[in-house]
Design a protein around this ligand. Sequence first.
Ligand code: HEC
Length: 202
Amino acid sequence: MKRINHKLVAIFLIILICLPFWRYLAFSKKNGVSDLTNMNSKSCGECHSSNPSPNVIISLQADSDLNNIPPQTRIKFTLTANLPNAKVSGIDVAVKNQVNGTQNVGTLTPETNSGLKILNGEITHSSPINCSNSQITYNFYWTAPQTEGSYFLQGAVLMGNGNGKEDSGDIWNWLQPVELKVKTTSNVENNGESKNKSILYL
Ligand code: HEC
């Protein structure tokens, strides 16, 4: 009886010791992350280099005017990031109802064969993606919702040293929130009557 009790105590202690590491054991983080776009959080810094770095230079291009997005339009985004000597990269991008909001808006879609996927409505890497000349390019789409409003594209991009570990050699930065204004044009407000539309284009 005494032996069994010792075993139980040992098992209990092992579980206790492992508890803080549970999230590391349970999920392979390198195969994508989500819910890390809030700029009041530590984001990637929880496990990689602790603070965002301005050395990771991020630029974003869109194929349409972000101040006048008709409902349900699909917009293509091209995000480029750069860090000297970066080997691999990963990303978490979301469109939220407000800056640092919690609610996803519209639909994000990764470009086919881009190495990106959707996780909890957000864009992320399927596995670390190889950089080319210390640079990475991500292509993805956002389909606007039906409801008018201002929404915010925001996220974090990590440029890693490629050693397959989460360490301070993996440098990241915020994608500063970008406002997406979904607006119904006046002719669409008139129930989309095509005669109004054709007058516009005369
Ligand atoms: C809770 C911890 C945690 C957070 C937060 C986290 N990661 Fe990681 N990441 C890991 C771990 C652990 C690994 C190592 C490999 C694995 O997951 O098995 C890793 C590895 C990576 C790698 C490969 C790095 C290399 O040098 O080989 C990339 C890229 C990556 N993560 C991207 C991200 C991005 C982007 C974010 C933030 C948006 C992020 N991670 C946030 C835990 C985390």
